[in-house]
Design a binder for this molecule. Structure first.
Ligand SMILES: [Fe+2]
Ligand SMILES: [Fe+2]
Length: 194
């Protein structure tokens, strides 16, 4: 078996000794959280998270708009669900913005170019069922996007990965909620289960 970088060598403990940890922490203190053990490309990580941030902002806007504008029979409970999702998306937005800040970046909240930075779209929907469909599509995009990003960050940036994993779990719940609403309001699922 080939010894990996972290495997114990010659019976020596594989953990970095305290002196070395202290030396590393003192060197380049201006880089904040980005210490020598940060395995990823920090510039790339910030760039990716800016697009995640834009996606979450668009989700906040879309769900908020839908929670206010939805009309029709039985729209009240759907409005509540949209409003709840808008709150969740706002939480995601804040988490991602904080992570960008921790990595030394400036979270981009600029409305200019927001739609093109975002993975999901801002779609108004012409009626209740249409709104539910638009949200379901957006959630499915988010789920795919987060799964990919979790694989990308892997062990290079476990903090970002763990944050994205928690967000993904929520997005999967959202997808399920929208799917259930669509079945309830249209009588049949729009998209085949995968
Ligand atoms: Fe979200
Ligand atoms: Fe969501």
């Amino acid at each position: 078996m080939t010894a990996t970088k972290d495997a114990p060598k010659n019976g020596q403990p594989f953990l970095t000794d305290v002196k070395e940890l202290r030396r590393r922490a003192r060197a380049h203190i201006e880089t904040g959280n980005i210490t020598e053990t940060y395995g990823g490309d920090v510039e790339k990580a910030i760039e990716i998270l800016q697009s995640v941030l834009a996606t979450e902002i668009v989700c906040v806007l879309r769900y908020t708009m839908h929670s206010i504008a939805a009309t029709g029979i039985a729209s009240e409970s759907v409005k509540d669900e949209f409003a709840e999702h808008a709150d969740d998306e706002r939480e995601h937005m804040t988490l991602v913005a904080e992570r960008i800040n921790q990595l030394g970046g400036k979270p981009n909240f600029n409305p200019d170019g927001l739609a093109s930075r975002s993975a999901s779209q801002y779609a108004e929907g012409v009626n209740l069922v249409d709104m539910i469909k638009e949200n379901l599509i957006a959630e499915r995009i988010a789920v795919d996007h987060y799964r990919e990003l979790i694989r990308y960050f892997a062990d290079n940036d476990p903090t970002t990965r763990v944050m994205l994993e928690a967000i993904l779990a929520k997005e999967e719940e959202h997808t399920n909620d929208m799917h259930d609403l669509l079945v309830a309001h249209e009588g049949k699922p729009m998209l085949p289960a995968d």
